[in-house]
Design a protein around this ligand. Structure first.
Ligand SMILES: NC(=O)C1=CN([C@@H]2O[C@H](COP(=O)(O)OP(=O)(O)OC[C@H]3O[C@@H](n4cnc5c(N)ncnc54)[C@H](O)[C@@H]3O)[C@@H](O)[C@H]2O)C=CC1
Ligand SMILES: O=C(CO)COP(=O)(O)O
Length: 345
């Protein structure tokens, strides 16, 4: 049995708390919000964000960061990406040398273009940081629906320890050493999922969805490989796998926001209606800035930026995508693949 602190009590934090408790661990959940902690203490259920998933009576909930960070074998950082830096900064003085921290959020910081594990390592240099990502909606994980996911770590022993901690009959965990590739896939798939939702909102069909998924992963892989990620990661669970689920699922907040925008809502209206975090809105800017930095062509991400931040109608963005220069399929990806990086473990 491990002692685990979950930092962040939204839908994903609560679903992972449920899973890790069922795996035989002692779990304490922290939230910055007093009312959220009161609700969890009183109801043992997150009524707003994960209704129907009953958390056990012995699970503890707190707003005291010091008590959740102390004496834990593992800390799971589950706050949305805009709060990763501030939360890690508050945690830093409480964290012992070598503390294992698992980041489960998906995003890129737009002001620095850093991934979330890079931010955590910068704020808490004494920590041993890993990432957990893949096609895994909290609503399904919280019901014990079979799910597969990947833990990414620099050290093989840490990856294998986490694999053992999270793995269950209904939650199959793979390991990978490609932390960067995992994090880029996780953040950028949300931008493409916004586009997929917009296509749904515009009333387009399955052909359009398949095109966005396939061309979307080509775009993510092109950028990710240029930055040092590995091609097999982008065509694995944390790349194409998570992109498929987010573009297709009725649970996806990014897809839901996209549908609203496709129907004519502004970005702010869509975010307000969805209520939970819409990470793609934050990662869209960062993804486009990274593409410019690495001189990579990302037409879908570019059009999503125009829709979100320049008020371009979604239908016009689709026309611009359809009428781009004529191309050979994936010729640049093939060239990048030949230069793919070595695998450390
Ligand atoms: N919900 C899902 O199915 C999955 C979510 N994720 C990722 O996990 C991360 C968290 O997402 P969710 O739990 O779904 O979000 P959510 O919208 O359900 O919950 C957000 C939670 O963040 C916390 N919070 C709010 N303001 C804060 C602040 N200023 N500082 C610190 N914490 C604050 C609160 O506990 C709040 O309930 C996101 O990056 C998301 O992409 C990853 C896989 C699955
Ligand atoms: O990352 C997710 C599933 O793997 C959750 O996606 P949404 O944030 O779009 O709901």
């Amino acid at each position: 049995m491990a002692k685990i602190g979950i930092i962040g009590a939204g839908s994903w934090g609560c679903a992972l708390a449920w899973l890790l408790h069922n795996n035989g661990n002692q779990v304490t959940v922290w939230s910055i919000m007093e009312d959220e902690v009161s609700m969890l203490k009183n109801c043992h259920e997150h009524k707003d964000k994960l209704p129907g998933v009953i958390l056990p009576k012995e699970m503890e909930f707190t707003t005291d960061l010091e008590s959740v960070a102390a004496d834990k074998d593992v800390l799971v950082l589950a706050v949305p990406s805009p709060f990763t830096r501030s939360t890690a900064g508050k945690m830093a003085p409480l964290i012992k040398e070598g503390q294992k921290i698992v980041n489960v959020a998906k995003g890129i910081e737009d002001s620095t273009l850093m991934t979330l594990s890079e931010i955590i390592e910068q704020e808490i240099p004494q920590a041993d940081v890993v990432v957990l990502s893949g096609p895994s909606h909290a609503e399904e994980v919280g019901k014990g629906i079979p799910t597969t996911i990947v833990v990414g770590a620099k050290r093989k022993d840490t990856a294998e320890y986490m694999q053992g901690l999270f793995m269950s009959q209904v939650f199959r965990v793979y390991t990978s050493s490609d932390v960067l590739g995992i994090e880029l896939g996780a953040a950028l798939k949300n931008v493409v999922a916004l586009a997929a939702g917009m296509a749904d909102g515009l009333g387009y069909g399955d052909n359009t969805k398949a095109a966005l998924i396939t061309r979307g992963i080509a775009e993510i892989a092109r950028l990710g490989i240029s930055m040092g990620g590995r091609i097999e990661t982008f065509y694995g669970l944390t790349g194409i796998g998570d992109l498929i689920v987010t573009c297709a699922s009725m649970h996806s907040r990014n897809r839901k926001a996209g549908i609203l925008i496709g129907k004519g809502a502004t970005m702010e209206e869509a975010m307000n209606q969805v209520k939970m975090v819409v990470e793609g809105v934050y990662s869209a800017k960062a993804g486009y800035a990274l593409a410019q930095k690495y001189q990579v062509n990302v037409p879908i991400i570019e059009q999503v930026n125009k829709i979100l931040f320049e008020g371009m109608p979604a239908a016009q963005a689709v026309s611009e995508l359809m009428l781009r220069d004529k191309k050979v399929e994936n010729i640049d990806l093939r060239q990048l693949y030949q230069n793919s990086v070595e695998i450390p473990w």
